[in-house]
Design a protein around this ligand. Structure first.
Ligand SMILES: Cc1cc2nc3c(=O)[nH]c(=O)nc-3n(C[C@H](O)[C@H](O)[C@H](O)COP(=O)(O)O)c2cc1C
Length: 150
């Protein structure tokens, strides 16, 4: 299967999960490609970000999206990316978000919900999802658990 792993990441947490996913998929003999969302003017607190070229996901059967939570919401760069990306019709999509704050009301659920609804608007069939709390001692197990399901 041809699988794209599309990640927006500023400090590298979400990207490191993307790298781990690609290694896993390749070990399962899938053709996996890691695509980093290109933001030309990225700053952590900026909400009106500009994206560079958007790589096409048309050739892929399945897409996995990953992004950090920002200010209790999905990172603006991923919102913008998912609004601009081509149709995801007929593709199976898995999504994850990373976050830092330990409490359940600190943005993970709403960021993930936003990601799912933007993908669904593009026609995707939503599959596995995960919220990875970076400060949780059990982080590596949560990441491995998500990866084993996709
Ligand atoms: C400007 C800013 C806002 C953030 N807002 C939240 C938040 O609302 N909730 C949360 O749990 N983490 C928040 N974080 C932490 C990031 O979501 C977390 O560190 C994430 O793993 C970073 O991912 P990245 O390394 O892929 O960029 C915020 C970080 C930044 C820089």
């Amino acid at each position: 299967m041809k699988i794209a792993v599309v990640i927006y990441s500023y400090t590298g947490n979400s990207f490191s999960i993307g790298q781990k996913i690609v290694r896993f998929l390749e070990s399962q003999n899938h053709e996996a490609q890691l695509i980093r969302v290109n933001v030309t003017d990225d700053q952590p607190s900026k909400t009106d970000v500009q994206l560079g070229d958007i790589e096409s996901v048309a050739p892929f059967d399945k897409v996995i999206f990953g992004s950090p939570v920002r200010a209790f919401s999905l990172a603006p760069a991923m919102v913008k990316y998912l609004k601009q990306v081509e149709s995801l019709s007929g593709k199976t999509v898995s999504c994850f978000v990373t976050k830092q704050l330990p409490f359940s009301w600190t943005g993970g659920t709403s960021a993930l919900k936003k990601m799912i609804s933007l993908c669904a608007e593009k026609g995707a069939v939503i599959d596995k999802t995960a919220i990875i709390n970076w400060s949780n001692n059990d982080r590596d197990r949560m990441i491995d658990d998500f990866i084993s399901k996709i």
